[in-house]
Ligand binder design. Sequence first.
Ligand SMILES: C[S@@+](CC[C@H](N)C(=O)[O-])C[C@H]1O[C@@H](n2cnc3c(N)ncnc32)[C@H](O)[C@@H]1O
Length: 512
Amino acid sequence: MEDALLQSFHKLLTSRTGLHIRDKDHEQFRRTLAFRMKELKLLRPEAYYQLLDNATPQSEVEWKQLMARLTNGESYFFRDKGQLTLLQQTILPELIERNRRRHILRVWSAGCSTGEEAYSLAILLHELLPHHTGWKLLILGTDINEEVLDKARQGIYSEWSFRMVDTELRQRYFQPVPKGYEIDPQIRRMVTFRHGNLRRDPFPNPAADIHEMDLILCRNVLIYFDPAAVGAVLRKFELSLADEGYLVTGHAELNHQNLGQLKTKMFPESVAYQRHLKAAIAPPSQPLPVPATPPTVQIKPATPQQRTPAARPHSHPSIIPPAKNAVPAQEKTNKTSLEPSSKLPAELPSNTEELLQQVKSLLHNGSYTVALEKLEDALRRDTDNFAVLALAAQAYANLGQHVKAAVYCRQAITLDSFAPAPYHLLAHIVEEQGQADEAKNLLKKVIYLAPSYVAAYIDLGALYQREGDMPRARQMRKTARELLQKMPPQEVVEACDGLTAATILGHLQEMA
Ligand SMILES: C[S@@+](CC[C@H](N)C(=O)[O-])C[C@H]1O[C@@H](n2cnc3c(N)ncnc32)[C@H](O)[C@@H]1O
């Protein structure tokens, strides 16, 4: 297919769905179009373009097919612990209090994929409002991809969807079934799933129940959109929110956007946007505390089950071991800036080991702002501390602040050029910045330094797969499988989101 025609398909896709295809994904886009043409037995790309551009029922059917192949449906329960804590401890209690007299609460997971986000909200609301019989709750999940919605309605998930969930919570709300774990019918009944195209559908739309929303959660969706499309969807979100209702997006997904009537509200765990009808209107393009990550689209390289830790946007290899400590009480105060304060916080421990434990626990609980303040303070006192630099890099990466994260990774590498973890994190960062070759080089370095570092083989395999280099992708996964087979099954694998060797092996075997 000629480049000019490919561009026309791209334009059509963006105007219809908001999705933007990155330059490096054009070849995959071309292959996806060719695949659909073959399925439809269409010989000329022009005929396929016509089919998509027509306002006919056949065109609608084909868009559904195409979207199932072009969207990235990666999702899991309680994704982004910090934001979920913010919802559980601050935003949802506030909304419940505000609506206590009307007994109405309306929340929307926009771009809900296979339903994990909407069900996570339902579980939170079920816990906060155990006797919600008197309440009129709307928990709406919408998505452009019908296939993921079917899966959401079934409510059966593999272990992969629970990688950030305590076993205890899974046992409470899911039943083991032959194909995985099935959501409790009581929670399933709380959620309504519906097809919806954020770019094209008009809303607010009372007929579709999209109006006067108390909370809109639209995470890891707008990151794949063209900036103009983000602006258009944002205007519709704004108008669909109730007064003082909240919009929560993925970190940094609204950078440089005109926020209109939405006011930025900073919490220790994340930024949220609140609609204010009566109060002063926020100035346009109000800067957010995190720099932009370029809006990108990842053409789906594999099914969600096939995806590997490296293939997830905003998921970085963790160098933070799991900590179980609760969030300290002082963390619940609102912070207004990520800039480190000039004074040392009174509670900053003098002992680095103690500080590291404290910061790991804060990061584990999603309190990135406070953790970073402590790390920055520690770095002002001692610029040459590898562990502090590595943790700061991790925290900034988790916040989407890739420039700062990369600087700290490089400083950590200067201090200890034999430690694999900072190279691994840097590989994720540069990959998200579109530098796949640099990411591959860094991952090869990790393997050179630590030949049994399983995560690097998995990540390299995902990169090769995305480039269509299947022999190399398979080779990398084979090596990862061999290494995992030598490990005790219950051993937690380094930099793999706390997953055990047996769990990862299971996924790699599914992909073989
Ligand atoms: C990466 S998933 C995010 C799922 C969930 N929000 C989360 O963060 O775990 C992105 C979802 O956005 C959906 N999507 C992409 N473009 C869309 C559009 N124009 N309208 C509605 N959904 C869209 C995709 O189908 C996909 O399921």
